[in-house]
Design a protein around this ligand. Structure first.
Ligand code: SF4
Length: 310
């Protein structure tokens, strides 16, 4: 079988072992160089170009948005375990900070460990819950574009590294946000970082208030393509007397769109985390949730007025 392998940057060194294994099994193997940010970004064009019958996408669980036709897609996630020492460290750290109730979340590599962690914490007098997010396929899984698995009454605990995933969880005043990095065996609080992230999002909405010309970003990536949402945003803006232009591309990065210098505000219907690169766009970039907030603001309802969930 002709197979194309696609890896996120950090896993590309592992391509050798997979390519060797599959070649020895008699398959004709190709490697995709396409950068891969998530399972929303499948190397379908490359697969088509080389006539692959199957695409193996590494590092991410399936993404429920978008349709894939004409090719078999297999997702491979290398699972990681939490050791007994990790569990002990987490329980004692939660005790130390006085967190008696937590919502457990993780990057997909660790989601299968959350059930055991929940039971372990229960045995230590800490009430833990694991919830399913809107776009997640696994319990407790956080995505950069869907932090709803992290909502809940108690404090948040995220298992994984970096701030990309925990900052996707909606911020609630008075709640504390914690992270545990199993590779480093480190437990730490990220409340201030989550709060700062949400403050910057609010500031972007305020900066967009006086915008007159809008650029609506549509990505052709398999799980991000949302043309009907873009058309509806365009109609909405034009109905409010604004100018709106739809900008279509695969890779929507600052260098590819910021030369549309006439645009005052970008609205992304693609990956909402494009907006994290706000310094390089030098213009406000709003996702669809922030666009709803902007409309509420224009309608005099205030930034914290009722807005639908993402
Ligand atoms: S955060 Fe962006 S790159 Fe990641 S899965 Fe969501 S849409 Fe894709």
């Amino acid at each position: 079988m002709r197979i194309l392998l696609q890896f996120p940057e950090g896993l590309k060194p592992k391509a050798l072992q997979w390519a060797r294994k599959l070649s020895q099994e008699g398959h004709e193997v190709f490697l995709s160089a396409r950068p891969s940010y998530g399972a929303c970004d499948l190397a379908l064009e490359e697969a088509k170009a080389v006539g692959a019958e199957k695409l193996i996408h590494f590092g991410h669980a399936p993404f429920p948005k978008g349709r894939v036709e004409g090719i078999e897609v297999e997702y491979v996630v290398e699972r990681e375990e939490l050791s007994p020492q990790d569990m002990e460290r987490i329980a004692s750290s939660l005790w130390k900070v006085g967190a008696a109730r937590v919502t457990l979340t993780a990057v997909v590599q660790y989601t299968q460990a959350l059930g055991r962690l929940k039971a372990f914490l229960g045995g230590r007098g800490i009430e833990a819950e694991v919830r399913r997010g809107v776009l997640a396929v696994e319990e407790g899984q956080l995505l950069g574009c869907d932090g709803s698995a992290g909502e809940g009454e108690g404090e948040l605990l995220f298992i994984g590294d970096g701030l990309f995933h925990p900052t996707a969880v909606p911020y609630r005043e008075g709640r504390r946000y914690f992270a545990y990095n199993p590779r480093e065996g480190r437990f730490y609080e990220v409340t201030e970082r989550v709060r700062a992230h949400h403050r910057r999002r609010r500031a972007s909405v305020l900066r967009a208030y006086d915008g007159k010309r809008f650029g609506i970003l549509v990505s052709t990536k398999s799980g991000q393509f949302a043309l009907s949402a873009a058309l509806s945003v365009k109609r909405e803006l034009e109905g409010r007397g604004k100018e709106a232009y739809i900008i279509v591309g695969d890779e929507l990065i600052p260098t590819s769109v910021s030369n549309f210098t006439f645009v005052d505000v970008f609205i992304t219907t693609a990956c909402p985390r494009i907006a994290d690169d706000r310094e390089n766009y030098a213009k406000p970039v709003l996702d669809l949730h922030q666009f709803r907030q902007l409309k509420a603001l224009w309608d005099g309802k205030g930034l914290d007025g009722p807005t639908p969930a993402p």
